[in-house]
Design a protein around this ligand. Structure first.
Ligand SMILES: Nc1nc2c(ncn2[C@@H]2O[C@H](COP(=O)(O)OP(=O)(O)OP(=O)(O)O)[C@@H](O)[C@H]2O)c(=O)[nH]1
Ligand SMILES: [Mg+2]
Length: 193
């Protein structure tokens, strides 16, 4: 496991606690790309397939509140469920990422959401559903109406008991809406777009 430290906001008043953010979703949906852009790095068109999990730490300012976020980027191809769950425990919130141009990637988030919710069953942390690659609008396979029914399916699933707090379409490539992610997840703003 490697990582880098981006402490661009000074350390004097930095809170000691981390907000542990977990990135979930099928391979190639853009989890690592979103993580990179949230970290203030530039979009990398030739992103490498992740293996295992990677942690990075970044400071964010949302509504005048400084939060220190530790992002755990899990490889979509982490097939072994037990290993995958180990990366999910003690998480404070998650992004369930799908690709708007790939219908299967939305269905694929279900397993991730179920596994994440089981791993944190005692605390029920918030999850934001993220439709990435909004720049690929001309080849989109997922519309907002699909998301509305998908979300009500999840909310009515007693067994799943997943705490989905919002949905946002973003683009790691253009940077669109990336800055809405944390406010939505931490409850400072709500989003359904
Ligand atoms: N057009 C477009 N391509 C994107 C966007 N985000 C990521 N990609 C591309 O999609 C591919 C996969 O991106 P990654 O960030 O590596 O995806 P990942 O979810 O981390 O994949 P795994 O590590 O295999 O689970 C790469 O070729 C990215 O350049 C986006 O917003 N728009
Ligand atoms: Mg990755």
């Amino acid at each position: 496991m490697d990582g880098h430290h981006n402490d661009g906001m000074g350390t004097e008043n930095a809170p000691k606690q981390f907000f542990n953010l977990t990135l979930l979703g099928e391979p190639s949906t853009g989890k690592s790309s979103i993580g990179r852009v949230m970290d203030g790095l530039s979009f990398e068109p030739n992103s490498l397939v992740s293996s295992g999990a990677r942690y990075t730490v970044t400071n964010f300012l949302t509504n005048d509140k400084k939060i220190r976020v530790r992002i755990c980027d899990i490889a979509g191809q982490a097939f072994y469920d037990t290993i995958r769950s180990n990366y999910m425990i003690r998480s404070d919130g998650a992004l369930a990422v799908y690709d708007i141009s790939n219908y299967g990637s939305l269905e694929g988030t279900l397993d991730w959401i179920a596994q994440y919710s089981r791993a944190n069953v005692d605390r029920n942390p918030p999850i934001v559903l993220i439709g990435n690659k909004s720049d690929l609008d001309d080849i989109r396979e997922i519309r907002l109406s699909t998301i509305v029914s998908f979300l009500s399916r999840i909310r009515n699933d007693q067994e799943l008991s997943a705490n989905i707090v919002g949905h946002i379409e973003v683009s790691a490539k253009t940077g669109a809406k990336i800055s809405s992610i944390l406010p939505t997840l931490t409850g400072t703003t709500s989003h359904m777009s």
